[in-house]
Design a protein around this ligand. Structure first.
Ligand code: AMP
Length: 587
């Protein structure tokens, strides 16, 4: 085995900023912010998109959620706005849903903290008053869903004549949701001299035609089109657990408790996350150490030494810090975050699996990043099994089996002499089975006993057998409560969301998937247009709940839609589809 501790080629120094980001031409204040956020190096889409965007060029980028595309457009946008004082608003970012609007708005605020850029997020369903007030006072960047942006343009509360940068984010989703005409109408209000960036996870011809109409000689960026060379990656069993973001820490603990790894590598994207996860694990009795670029070299060397010597069994690391290091092969690699590219994924999981023995790679997957996982699977020809996070009952069963196995193992060893004579003495006054049971109980308790953390709420996988298993496990009263409607309806021509009864001639169909599977209106519209061949114009309101969705469709089309959608897939999964009955489905 190699003994050298070769140093990674690109690692931020403790006092300097990431050379990777600096090389892209970003200014010091943005570099300082990225440093505070713990970003160590740019992701592939950031590396490719930031320089042309800083140079003022139009960009057409293919990238899914999870690749770091928000920073890819937000950082250059912020820098360009900071460079020249301009009329307001100077930038418009259009996104398909209110969730994404909030997420992107927050990200732009975070990245622009040092530049004191004023960001306003507007979406349908939100009260108009505060939005009008903020727009009157002037904002630099508006993040908006198309419907609400158009509302403001019509009211003349949003004037785009001075806009210098326009971003169309998740453009394919916006088209799937029927926003094509709205986009054209909005872009018509912007000056011809503006810079435009269009990002989309897929590049169908409809996107190309939007790009042709609205982008000028765009720089085209496609990340990882080519399959990644798998090389000598050992056979690794790969599993992903779909977990809503707030429960990732709890899922990690459960996964580790189940696996009981002798040595595991936990990968995070940022330094800040590495520190948080390490502190969380140590707080729960694990021996975990952090490894990231913000630590001095001697400190990193000490951490690696302790890991090699088995003094710590968990190493929590960023990709940059772990790169090029001689980290011994480990039994488990855990992706606390899905990495931003297929190359990094392959590199991470290559750390596990000894010659001849299978390793295990586990990914804690944000439902929004499922598309990225599928593309990583395709590019690496990996086969990742999606499964529910093990339950408390699963963990107790594993602990019990472990205790039993430990006792059986001890029985096979032949040095029980002094224990045997003690048990014989005890057996004169107690039942031998009771003595053995008490001993087994002590071993079980040493494994953690009945101490378990609450279950992680399940996110349906869309695979009926898994989902049934999960609902059996968690079908307690609190998880059966009716979920609140999401008011995701952003389709301006479609009337009010959540009416009690469907419009005349319309009916509502029940689709057995929702928020928890990361479903967005675009997924439902896409499935209805592609699978059931229904034109998006005829669709009515779409309401997405935690576990199911309702779509208003022409009543005459119900049998055809139920038949075709029931046989098709939504986001790659088969889901139940039927006529919606209020009292049966949510009552
Ligand atoms: P996005 O694809 O824009 O939704 O970003 C996905 C996640 O990656 C977000 O949580 C970002 O904070 C994070 N992220 C973006 N760029 C980087 C980077 N260069 N290093 C580490 N994390 C990043």
């Amino acid at each position: 085995m190699k003994r050298e501790t070769s140093r990674p080629s690109v690692i931020p120094s403790v006092h300097g900023f990431s050379p990777g980001f600096a090389a892209l031409g970003l200014e010091a204040r943005l570099l300082a912010t990225l440093d505070q956020l713990g970003y160590e190096e740019p992701t592939p889409i950031q590396r490719a998109a930031i320089p042309p965007l800083l140079a003022g060029k139009d960009v057409l980028g293919q990238a899914a959620t999870g690749t770091g595309k928000t920073a890819a457009f937000a950082l250059p946008l912020l820098q360009r706005l900071a460079q020249g004082a301009t009329a307001r608003p100077a930038a418009l970012i259009l996104v398909p849903t209110r969730e994404l609007a909030v997420q992107v708005g927050d990200a732009v605020k975070r990245y622009g903290k040092e530049l004191r850029v004023n960001v306003l997020t507007v979406y349908g369903g939100q009260a108009m008053g505060p939005q009008l007030h903020a727009l009157r006072h002037g904002v630099d960047v508006v993040v908006a869903t198309p419907g609400r942006a158009l509302d403001h343009i019509r009211r003349q509360s949003l004037k785009l004549t001075q806009v210098r940068v326009v971003v169309l984010d998740e453009a394919d989703e916006m088209l799937d949701m029927g926003f094509a005409d709205d986009l054209d109408a909005i872009l018509e209000q912007t000056p011809a001299t503006k810079q435009t960036a269009l990002f989309s996870a897929t590049m169908p011809s409809r996107i190309k035609s939007i790009a042709q109409r609205h982008l000028t000689h765009p720089v085209e960026i496609t990340i990882a089109k080519e399959p990644v060379k798998v090389g000598t990656t050992p056979r690794v069993q790969q599993t992903a657990y779909l977990v809503a973001r707030p429960y990732r820490g709890a899922a990690l603990v459960r996964v580790l408790d189940m696996a009981g790894p002798t040595s595991a590598l936990v990968f995070c994207r940022t330094r800040v996350e590495v520190d948080d996860v390490t502190a969380m694990l140590n707080g729960r009795g694990y021996r975990a150490e952090a490894l990231h670029g913000g630590m001095s070299q001697p400190h990193r060397d000490r951490v690696l030494q302790a890991f090699r010597a088995g003094q710590t069994n968990l190493l929590v690391a960023t990709d940059v810090a772990a790169r090029g290091l001689d980290i011994p092969r480990v039994s488990h690699v855990i992706n606390f975050d899905l990495p931003s590219s297929a190359e990094i994924y392959i590199h991470r999981i290559g750390r596990t699996g000894r010659a001849g023995r299978e390793g295990t790679a586990i990914t804690i997957l944000d439902p929004r990043e499922e598309r990225l996982l599928r593309s990583i699977e395709r590019l690496t020809t990996a086969n990742v099994t999606v499964a529910p996070v093990p339950s408390a009952a699963d963990l107790l069963a594993v602990r019990f089996e472990r205790a039993k196995a430990a006792v059986l193992e001890a029985m096979r060893e032949h040095d029980l002499g002094r224990f045997r004579s003690t048990v014989q003495a005890m057996a004169s006054s107690s039942d031998p089975v009771t003595i053995a049971a008490a001993a087994l109980k002590l071993v079980f308790q040493a494994q953690g006993g009945d101490r378990v953390e609450p279950d992680v709420p399940p996110v349906p996988t869309g695979r009926p057998e898994l989902d049934r298993a999960m609902s059996r496990r968690t079908d307690r009263p609190e998880t059966r409560q009716r979920s609140e409607p999401s008011r995701l309806n952003e389709r301006p021509a479609m009337g009010r969301p959540n009416r009690e009864r469907p419009k005349e001639g319309m009916a509502r169909i029940y689709v057995g998937t929702g928020h928890q599977a990361g479903i967005r209106p675009g997924d439902l519209v896409g499935a209805l247009t592609n699978e059931a061949k229904v034109h998006s114009k005829v669709l009515g309101d779409i309401e997405i709940f935690d576990r199911f969705s309702l779509v208003e469709v022409p009543a005459a089309m119900v049998p055809k839609i139920i038949d075709r959608l029931g046989r098709g897939r939504i986001k790659g999964h088969r889901v139940p589809v039927r006529l919606f009955r209020e009292e049966r489905d949510v009552g």
